[in-house]
Design a protein around this ligand. Structure first.
Ligand code: CTP
Length: 394
């Protein structure tokens, strides 16, 4: 898989930079054309000469004044790269990439490439765990970057902690995975809904639910990475906005219905991962409702059933958040809403459903065939759902 592929290897200034020498060597042995880009700090840990001898290619560093020739070169590198791997990546480099700073060769190559970027952080455990670093990582993940988690072990400080660069084999596996990214949804248009609707009672209060939007966002990002053109109708989430996806923000079920109706016109599939309120207050009070002496009754009326009412020739995928009789309740919804697929999840477990990063789902098709998936990350569950969607779209 690596044979004749151009792999840009970014090396930044951390003690683990010496391990990048082994990575460069193994990638070269596997037949890849390894283009090394070192930050100036990295050259304090390993020499460009070592890497040049291993890769048999020029090594790009920031040690020379940049001129037009260089700038053409790194744009060419960015275009030629089948993948960019940064190993080790310091907290500083991750922060620069997260803000799009391109004042060195590596930053420019990353900004200019359309290929997968894989980042292997290695640093002191406290720096890694710092919320700033974690926020930067989350931001880059939402832009489609792949991260290889650092390992727990002895760090340069002598302390034990999470921050070690994983071994070469693990990094190569991640590169191969990125190179093998399926592009099986290229040209398909997919509309995904995410989050939970809020139905206003008055200007300050609403009826809402606990949906975080993570499952819907994972689906949208996975579909984007597989080549689909994605519209994400997003209700009340606090997640980082992914790039390369059209995002329509809505608040209420009625707004969601309007946006979905517009978005599905040319769509191949609608995946309704959002938790839509079934009822809304009959009317929203214009002013804040004041506390009275008596109890109060709120009259609720039904919201539109989006999946049931939006018409068109696209594939319909629903979600069923259930707390009991999961399969039979989900099957009932599948039939009633005339769906092609329904994804049922058990919301009573802490590792699946609302706000969890993992999910335990059962995917049921029109014929009633149920595929029970193990506990997976929401991204992995999304990939499995899309595998089914892909089979049905064609
Ligand atoms: N859904 C919808 N419009 C609504 C309510 C739900 O399109 N007004 C969609 C959800 O996005 C989900 C599926 O229908 O994909 C099932 O949602 P769920 O709330 O589990 O089912 P309901 O039909 O609302 O049934 P209940 O709340 O009674 O379980």
């Amino acid at each position: 898989m690596l044979k004749n592929k151009t792999i840009v290897l970014g090396i930044t200034g951390g003690i683990a930079a010496y391990k990048a020498v082994d990575l460069a060597s193994k990638l070269t042995q596997a037949g890849a054309r390894v283009e090394v880009v070192m930050t100036e700090a990295a050259t304090n840990f390993v020499t460009p000469l070592t890497l040049r001898n291993i890769t048999h290619r020029q090594v790009v560093t920031d040690m020379f004044e940049s001129n037009s020739e260089w700038s053409e070169e790194h744009i060419a590198l960015a275009e030629a790269a089948a993948a960019v791997i940064i190993a080790p990546a310091t907290a500083n480099t991750i922060a620069r990439l997260a803000t799009g700073i391109a004042d060195n060769m590596l930053g420019t190559v990353v900004l200019a490439t359309k290929s997968p970027v894989i980042i292997a952080p290695a640093m002191n455990d406290v720096m890694y765990a710092n919320t700033v670093t974690q926020k930067n990582i989350a931001k880059l993940k939402s832009r489609g970057f792949t991260f290889i988690e650092p390992e727990h072990g002895r760090l340069a400080s002598g302390k034990m902690g999470k921050g070690r660069l994983p071994d070469t084999a693990t990094i190569i596996k991640a590169i191969e995975k990125a190179l093998g990214q399926k592009q099986d949804l290229t040209g398909k248009r997919i509309v995904v809904t995410a989050g939970g609707t809020r139905e206003p009672i008055d200007p300050v209060r609403h009826i809402g639910n606990r949906s975080s939007g993570k499952m819907g966002y994972a689906l949208a990002e996975a579909a984007r990475d597989r080549g689909a053109k994605v519209t994400l109708v997003s209700a009340n989430v606090t997640l980082e906005e992914p790039s390369g996806i059209e995002i329509i923000k809505v608040k209420t079920a009625a707004e969601m219905k309007r946006s979905v109706s517009g978005a599905v016109k040319k769509a191949d599939a609608l995946i309704m991962a959002a938790a839509v309120a079934d009822y809304q207050p009959e009317a929203m009070a214009k002013a804040k409702i004041k506390k009275g002496k008596q109890d109060m009754t709120l009259k609720l009326v039904k919201t539109p059933d989006i999946l049931g009412e939006v018409k068109g020739k696209f594939l319909r995928v629903g979600f069923a958040a259930e707390s009991e009789n999961i399969i039979s309740n989900a099957k009932k919804k599948l039939t009633e809403k005339k769906l092609d697929l329904i994804v049922a999840n058990d919301i009573t477990k802490s590792d699946s459903g609302f706000d969890a990063d993992t999910n335990r789902v059962v995917i049921i098709d029109k014929k009633g065939k149920a595929e029970k998936l193990p506990l997976l990350s929401k991204r992995e569950a999304a990939e499995r759902i899309l595998d089914m969607v892909k089979g049905l779209i064609n």
